[in-house]
Design a protein around this ligand. Structure first.
Ligand SMILES: Nc1ncnc2c1ncn2[C@@H]1O[C@H](COP(=O)(O)OP(=O)(O)OP(=O)(O)O)[C@@H](O)[C@H]1O
Ligand SMILES: [Mg+2]
Length: 275
């Protein structure tokens, strides 16, 4: 696959999600040292435009490492990743990657509105191009259910609301892909459940390509088009589950036989890879 230049990546229609191609990715931490750790070995995964793919697997199997490679937070030891044909670094510099982590990491001295607009002003300040099709901070506040909270400061919001602000911030640059590493892990179960449906609503509206890490099998099945089960160190893809449950998915989806069957199957395989 050829790597095209950043300008062409920017010129790609901003409202269309990008496909992610992960080819033969290997990550060795401390390579060359006395105790190198092979975190990922020969990972191959293609994520289609607008697809929602979850990564699941035992602690330490390399899920966060894979997300870091895709989001240009680290380079793989071997193999390569392309997003819409460009490198992760080109996509990140073009503001086309939206990241959401376990903690919201909002700037405490800025209002929610300014936190949401922060990345946009940073990219502009560095002379970068900003997508003109991106929603305004006001629209994003509405989208994530924070209408009227733009003038509040992070400490005035609950954990769930802060996480919604983090999602709005990630969407502000109109990214081609959303990379989410256990975004709801720090939330209580009821808020987490609501966030899952809100994320699906946002995803349905914007059709971003999403790569999502979770430890919750139910959450993965509810949200995803495919669930990728990874095996323990060195992390490899053990099996990919197609989630063919009809959309839109609702709280009732979880009451269906199809849903329970998939969660059970995933559960069985997870215990198998851990044994
Ligand atoms: N900076 C680092 N230096 C050395 N080893 C590391 C580093 N980061 C991660 N590792 C190791 O790489 C492996 C994969 O780590 P990673 O954080 O990707 O796992 P994970 O699947 O996200 O786990 P969890 O579910 O607990 O978040 C682990 O064995 C971890 O100890
Ligand atoms: Mg992790």
């Amino acid at each position: 696959m050829t790597v095209m230049d950043a300008d062409r990546a920017v010129a790609a229609p901003a409202d269309v999600g990008a496909s992610i191609a992960i080819s033969n990715v290997t990550v060795v931490y401390g390579a060359g040292g006395t105790e190198p750790v092979t975190a990922l070995k020969n990972i191959n995964l293609q994520v289609k435009d607008g697809e929602f793919v979850s990564l699941i697997g035992p602690s330490g199997c390399g899920k966060s490492t894979l997300l870091k490679v895709v989001s240009d937070l680290m380079r793989p030891t071997g193999g390569q990743v392309t997003i819409a044909g460009a490198s992760p670094s080109q996509m990140r510099k073009a503001g086309r990657l939206g990241l959401v982590f376990q903690q919201a990491n909002l700037m405490p001295w800025l209002t929610i509105r300014r936190n949401i607009g922060l990345l946009k002003s940073l990219v502009k300040g560095h002379g970068g191009k900003v997508s003109t099709t991106g929603a305004s901070a006001e629209e994003l506040l509405d989208v994530v259910g924070l209408t009227g909270f733009g003038d509040k400061f992070p400490h005035q919001l609950s954990g769930g609301m802060q996480q919604r602000a983090a999602l709005a911030r990630a969407l502000a640059l109109d990214p081609a892909v959303l990379l989410m590493d256990e975004p709801f892990a720090a939330l209580d179960e009821i808020t987490r459940d609501r966030m899952a449906f809100e994320l699906m609503r946002v995803w349905q509206q914007y059709r971003k390509t999403v790569l999502f890490v979770t430890h919750s099998l139910g959450e993965a099945v509810l949200l995803s088009d495919r669930v990728v089960l990874m095996s323990p160190r060195p992390g490899r893809i053990h099996r990919v589950f197609e989630i063919d449950l009809p959309r839109p998915r609702t709280p009732e989806t979880r009451l269906t036989e199809g849903f329970s069957k998939l969660v059970l199957e995933l559960n069985r395989e997870l215990y198998e890879v851990m044994s």
